[in-house]
Design a protein. Structure first.
Length: 134
């Protein structure tokens, strides 16, 4: 019975922590700086500046990423908490689409192709001449 009570307490406590965050911030990245990322919020179409720090986790699809992998124009989902002292969101995790990972890993620099040489007009005396029309 005691184990059951402890398990239920842990379940209720864990559920409370998960529900404390609220909805993620969904939108398009408009700026990336050293310690902030600005996102145009999809809900109200307003820019939201979000602080990032060493604890912020980055994901592209299911793969770990870095802040440098987040680009302007990319759609993201950000799990953040409001810092009441700074009156600013602090990101816990930032997730981008998997398509970005796939495109980045598949993109290979194209080998330099030699320039095609243009065919030179025949200059020999055996070339037929066309009569000029009036």
């Amino acid at each position: 019975m005691r184990k059951f009570v402890i398990c239920m307490t842990l379940v209720v406590f864990s559920a409370g922590l998960l529900m404390a965050h609220g909805d993620p911030i969904l939108g398009t990245v408009t700026a990336v700086a050293k310690d902030t990322i600005t996102v145009k919020n999809a809900k109200d179409n307003k820019d939201v500046q979000i602080m990032v720090d060493a604890k912020t986790k980055y994901l592209l699809g299911t793969k770990a990423a870095k802040q440098a992998d987040i680009k302007v124009g990319q759609k993201v989902s950000i799990d953040a908490e409001m810092d009441t002292k700074m009156k600013m969101y602090v990101a816990e995790s930032i997730a981008g689409p998997a398509a970005v990972v796939k495109a980045a890993t598949e993109a290979k620099p194209a080998a330099a192709k030699p320039a095609a040489t243009a065919a030179k007009p025949a200059t020999s005396s055996t070339a037929p001449k066309t009569p000029a029309t009036k």
